[in-house]
Design a protein around this ligand. Structure first.
Ligand SMILES: [Zn+2]
Length: 245
């Protein structure tokens, strides 16, 4: 039997969630976001792309517009008003210094204590291969947290007024095949997470015959049921936590 997950620390005020695509946070993490915002914490979202390559039946320019709107609506459902897009290219996000610089700039601007991202490992577990964008962005986020705190890296950012921020205490990776911590959530948080995922209506409609709300409920509660053995049956969102300092 696998170990029980440890409760995630709650003595913080600001989080910045950085992911590759619209919908990445809604496939699980949003229930924790709902809990955090209802407890008075501030959470902002940063999307590296607009997910323009994510809908087979829709041209990228149109998909970018639709998915940005869906992401803003789904963020609002869980109490997130700040939603920014970096406009890297969906599907072919380039790993490297340019991406790290963009992420470090955002971390310096938002000054979060917690940074949330999505699974950067090769698989989701069970040999389900992860996508290149998730691998690249997750790893770059972990790297950029260090960059954000070092005044001698990206010195031009400081010249633009973005002073170093060394206050990130944890990076929390959602969707990890090796979670370490859990955020227990209530019924209301689960309902908001379901509604938040269901806002990705065009995306879900293109990949499933189910009603978005029905599809979203199955995904959100299914993931929580799978985790129940490690949370004493309580509903929770799992993260792999990387503490700093
Ligand atoms: Zn994604």
């Amino acid at each position: 039997m696998e170990d029980r997950l440890v409760p995630m620390p709650e003595d913080w005020r600001r989080a910045l969630a950085i992911v590759a695509h619209p919908d990445d946070l809604e496939y699980g993490a949003a229930a924790a976001v709902a809990r955090w915002t209802s407890a008075g914490k501030e959470v902002a979202y940063l999307l590296v792309t607009r997910g323009e390559a994510g809908i087979d039946t829709m041209e990228p320019a149109e998909a970018a517009r639709v998915r940005e709107a869906e992401q803003r609506a789904s963020a609002a459902v869980v109490g997130v008003e700040s939603v920014e897009f970096l406009d890297h290219k969906d599907g072919v996000i380039e790993e490297g210094v340019a991406l790290r610089r963009d992420l470090a700039a955002a971390i310096r601007r938002h000054r979060p204590e917690v940074v949330v991202t999505l699974n950067h490992q090769d698989t989701w577990g069970r040999n389900w291969w992860n996508t290149p964008d998730h691998r690249v962005v997750g790893r770059a986020v972990l790297d950029a947290v260090g960059d954000a705190g070092n005044r001698w890296i990206f010195t031009d950012l400081a010249e633009d007024g973005l002073r170093p921020w060394d206050g990130v205490r944890w990076v929390a990776v959602a969707g990890s095949p090796e979670p370490t911590h859990a955020v227990e959530v209530g019924e209301e948080d689960v309902e908001r997470a379901v509604a938040s995922l269901a806002e990705h209506r065009a995306y879900i409609t293109a990949l499933s015959d189910k009603e978005p709300a029905e599809y979203a409920r199955e995904i959100i509660t299914g993931a929580m049921d799978e985790l129940a053995g490690r949370t004493e049956g309580r509903r929770a969102v799992a993260f792999r936590l990387y503490p700093r300092g």
